[in-house]
Ligand binder design. Structure first.
Ligand code: HEC
Length: 89
């Protein structure tokens, strides 16, 4: 009987941990968004979005650092946006 309670308790702890771990993971919807979509959604909020050919790869890298802070984006989001801009310039 004592062991049954122990077993139930441990199962509860394991399941709760799994649920908590999953709730912190980025949702599929956010992580599935590509650079072009993130660019459209984020870079028009404050100004017109400069077209990809307006800047070189190196300039987009620098602008990415700058606008990541301005737009409050995650590393993953700005990396996707910058790599999209670099493939389209
Ligand atoms: C919160 C507002 C805001 C958002 C969102 C934003 N920008 Fe900007 N951006 C600015 C401001 C303000 C400037 C003027 C330069 C400065 O003082 O930072 C600027 C300038 C620029 C410039 C001119 C070059 C430079 O570095 O000064 C480019 C290119 C640019 N932004 C691209 C982007 C891209 C790409 C995104 C999306 C990742 C973006 N911006 C999102 C506010 C924003």
């Amino acid at each position: 009987m004592k062991n049954t309670f122990k077993y139930i308790g441990m199962t509860f702890v394991i399941f709760t941990s799994i649920i908590l771990m999953n709730s912190c993971a980025p949702t599929a919807a956010i992580s599935a968004k590509g650079g072009a979509i993130l660019w459209g959604e984020n870079c028009l909020r404050c100004h017109n979005t400069p077209a990809p050919p307006d800047f070189s790869d190196a300039q987009w890298e620098t602008i990415g650092f700058h606008m990541k802070l301005r737009a409050n984006l995650t590393d993953m989001e700005i990396e996707k946006i910058v790599s999209f801009l670099k493939t389209a310039n």
